[in-house]
Design a protein around this ligand. Structure first.
Ligand code: DON
Length: 580
């Protein structure tokens, strides 16, 4: 695959290593004429596609995909976690033309106040074990989506996930590399092997897992059967609830049956904004994704106003976008939180005059001083979170991102039912002034409180064209790099007319304002501009602190093409689309 590199990006050479075991995907995959699902695992994509073939709509497919991801990507997402879903119905026979945002993010249990982690006197309390666990929202969110916007029954949509859990699935490269790196932590802390025994044996195969090994999760199959039969009650008020409370209490946490019973999802409107002639449907707070994307793209357009929105070089593309990201992440740190609890001044942040004022400080030749914020250790390359995209035969679309936060979440399993509980409480300002697992320092607006949802970077996004047709469904996993990579893959399609595979293969970069580091994937370090100067040297001369990062985010993407739906999983995680 030899390609001429467009001005502002670089495409991976064949078999170039993005990360261990990842190679560029073929840009020649034919589009799906009717309907497609792009998820992080082929079994999950096929689960959704099976619903689409049966005549189910995009929501039916999304729900089947998500339950199958719970089984096949148990370190990323699942019934122990939460998520966000953006749905767009396009002239649908039942729902007409309408957009919906579902917030099924985890909530803090009633015992968790602003000082909970400060008083815990254990810096790992917000990431490891029972105290880190938020009340899971995934099951409530998916069943709500199915009941209100789907067409198939619970048994049908859960069947593929139950099959995968009961009969097993083969561990792939992504599974094994994640399991091995987590097993290494267990070797460093041998007490984990007892504390999180089910994780050690069932998920990590006692540290011995190899590609092709069969992972069977009969206990999760039992949980999924109960959910299929009894619905939400099975999880929030039945045997599964009992097992969750037991596991959390035994490990020092304080979630109660009342916390589980009280869990409610929020149905709301997507945050919408325009970029050129396109309309974005994005996730509002407590996701920071929609606001940050709207700010970033609004500033990026202004930064490039002098060149009519087109960067003059690769370095200028990276610089203009990075300067926009730094503003957006600085505002994220200061202003964003759960709007049910704090005032989030969205309009002020996205107001034309504020964006004009912010953009006026743009210097095409230099980045600005980092001020009081010094560099910190780079955030970890973590394998939590999973994004999936669906388009059905009516052109309805679903973009959903779900997570248990870090790889295997809090690591705390619910052994009777074969899943891991999240550690989403680390996304709060758990220890004020101390960066969280993703290097994000956040404000008092994001302090924990009973029933509150932690701020998130998950950015499920649908883009409509000027005629209101779905043209892109996108999103990613990867903490704050979710926002950047979702913007980058969308810009690849909108500005470069890239195929889904090309957009996915393109090397990424990321800046989150603090730490003051511009992370770039390896291939960037070989890209030269028209004068033969390395792009990274140009960026360094502008004052950017450029640092190599092996792999940034794991996305999924569907794009409208002349011949149907062009879809791609991310070579960084092994996702493969399925459809017809
Ligand atoms: O909601 C968030 O922003 C984080 N809990 C997402 C975590 C994540 O993407 C893990 N990554 N690889």
């Amino acid at each position: 695959m030899t390609r001429i590199r467009p001005l502002w990006r670089t495409v991976l050479a064949p078999a170039a290593a993005l990360c261990t075991g990842c190679a560029a995907i073929s840009p020649d995959a034919p589009p799906f004429p009717h309907a497609v699902v792009a998820a992080d695992h082929i079994i999950a994509s096929r689960a959704g596609a099976e619903m689409l073939r049966k005549g189910g709509n995009a929501v039916d497919a999304a729900v089947a995909t998500s339950f199958a991801l719970s089984v096949t990507r148990p370190y990323s997402c699942g019934i122990g976690g939460g998520g966000f879903m953006v749905i767009h119905f396009n002239d649908d026979p039942v729902h007409g033309t309408r957009s919906i945002a579902l917030n099924y993010r985890e909530t803090a249990p009633a015992a968790i106040g602003p000082d909970y982690f400060v008083n815990a006197d254990d810096p790992s309390a917000s990431t490891l074990g029972g105290r880190a666990v938020g009340v899971p929202g995934n099951v409530a969110g998916l069943l709500y989506a199915l009941e209100h916007f789907g067409t198939l029954d619970r048994q049908t949509v859960l069947a593929p996930a139950i099959r995968a859990a009961a009969y097993g699935f083969e561990a792939d490269e992504n599974y094994v590399s994640t399991a091995r790196s987590v097993a290494a932590r267990f070797d460093e802390h041998p007490e984990f092997k007892r504390r999180f025994a089910y994780v050690w044996t069932a998920f990590l195969h006692s540290g011995e897992i190899r590609v092709g090994d069969l992972v069977r999760l009969p206990e999760q199959a039992a949980a999924l059967r109960l959910i299929a039969e009894h619905g939400r009650e099975a999880f929030y008020d039945g045997a599964i609830a009992d097992a969750i409370v037991r596991a959390v209490h035994a490990d020092g946490g304080s979630m109660t049956h009342d916390d589980l019973r009280a869990y409610r999802i929020r149905q709301t409107q997507p945050l919408t904004f325009r970029f050129a002639s396109w309309r974005f449907l994005a996730m509002p707070p407590p996701s920071s994704g929609g606001v940050a994307m709207a700010q970033t793209l609004g500033l990026f357009t202004r930064h490039l106003a002098a060149t009519r929105g087109r960067p003059s070089s690769s370095a200028m593309f990276v610089h203009a976008l990075t300067e926009a990201l730094k503003h957006a992440f600085a505002d994220r740190a200061e202003w964003l939180g759960d709007p049910d609890f704090v005032d989030v001044p969205i309009h002020q942040l996205l107001d034309r005059a504020s964006l004009d004022a912010m953009a006026s400080s743009f210097d095409p030749a230099r980045t600005h001083e980092p001020g009081a914020y010094g560099s910190r250790a780079p955030p970890p390359d973590d394998r939590g979170t999973s994004h999936y995209c669906v388009v059905d035969a009516h052109g309805n679309a679903v973009a959903a991102t779900e997570t248990i936060n870090l790889s295997f979440g809090s690591r705390l399993p619910v052994p009777e039912f074969g899943f891991c509980l999240n550690n989403q409480l680390d996304d709060f300002t758990a220890l004020p002034g101390v960066p969280n697992a993703f290097g994000l320092t956040q404000s008092d607006r994001n302090l924990p409180a009973p029933g509150k949802r932690p701020l998130s970077s998950m950015s499920p996004t649908i883009v409509l064209d000027a005629d209101g047709r779905v043209v892109i469904v996108a999103g990613a996993a990867g903490g704050p790099t979710i926002i950047t990579s979702t913007i980058e893959i969308i810009l690849e399609v909108l500005l470069s007319d890239s195929t889904a595979a090309e957009a996915m293969n393109a090397s990424r970069f990321h800046h989150q304002w603090a730490p003051d580091v511009l992370y770039m994937e390896p291939e960037w370090f070989d890209v030269r501009d028209a004068n033969g100067v390395l792009v990274v040297d140009r960026l360094s001369a502008m004052g950017h602190r450029v640092q190599r990062r092996d792999s940034i985010a794991a996305a999924n993407l569907i794009r409208r093409s002349a011949r149907g739906w062009d879809a791609a999983g991310d070579p960084r995680k092994g996702g493969v689309p399925a459809g017809y």
